[in-house]
Design a protein around this ligand. Structure first.
Ligand SMILES: [Zn+2]
Length: 211
């Protein structure tokens, strides 16, 4: 079974940033809520869940609507916390302890220990989670966010288009990437700059004509 490996937004080069970008579209400052299907697609595309598991998770909305609602609520909470922290980092502000709390809450879920287990043919050292909650599905995202916040995060950027809220990690060799996507925001900027230059030129010509 082939999995669609694309997301609507340009790749942000970090799992936590792709997740933080979910409620936004390139070049548009409007924030929209995350829908259940979109959230499950994200987990599947990022291979946090297998195709089989994704069918099971997707069906939760029918089989256990409360569990689905809680998980989506927790995902939104994590997304807001990540955006708050990343935007503060971009402005050079200090983070408030409570901003990191939703991230830490998910990290705490991942408590557990290693245990020797007999799998029928060999002993294996296996990780045993202390609690098997659905919040585990957010663990990799929270971990990715925590690592970025705790790093020197020099290459964390927001798209240079003032209408765009897309965050990305600049992995380019020169670290001079400005746009979430050249095709979307970069070209739009070029077209606008060209129009401005043209307008200046015609205004100049008009002035010269009247001189
Ligand atoms: Zn952009």
């Amino acid at each position: 079974m082939s999995v669609d490996t694309s997301l609507p937004n340009p790749p942000a080069n970090r799992l936590c940033l792709d997740f933080a970008n979910l409620p936004f579209a390139a070049g548009d400052p409007a924030e929209s809520p995350i829908f259940w299907d979109e959230f499950v697609d994200f987990l599947a595309v990022k291979q946090i869940i297998s195709p089989e598991k994704s069918a099971h998770i997707r069906a939760l909305v029918e089989t256990d609507p409360r569990a689905a609602e809680n998980l989506l609520h927790e995902a939104e909470r994590l997304g807001r916390a990540l955006r708050l922290c990343f935007r503060a980092v971009l402005r050079g502000q200090n983070l408030l302890r409570e901003w990191a709390e939703p991230i830490n809450r998910i990290l705490r879920v991942t408590e557990g220990h290693d245990e020797l287990q007999w799998d029928g043919s060999a002993w294996r050292l296996t990780f045993v989670a202390r609690e098997e909650s659905l919040d585990w599905l957010l663990a990799a995202i929270a971990r990715s966010g925590a690592e970025l916040i705790a790093s020197s995060h020099q290459n964390l950027k927001q798209c240079a288009n003032p209408d765009c809220r897309i965050l990305f990690y600049d992995d380019s060799r020169t670290a001079r990437r400005r746009w979430c996507s050249m095709a979307l925001c970069g070209n739009r900027n070029k077209v606008a700059a060209f129009a401005r230059r043209n307008a200046d030129l015609s205004a100049g010509k008009a002035r010269a004509h009247h001189a």
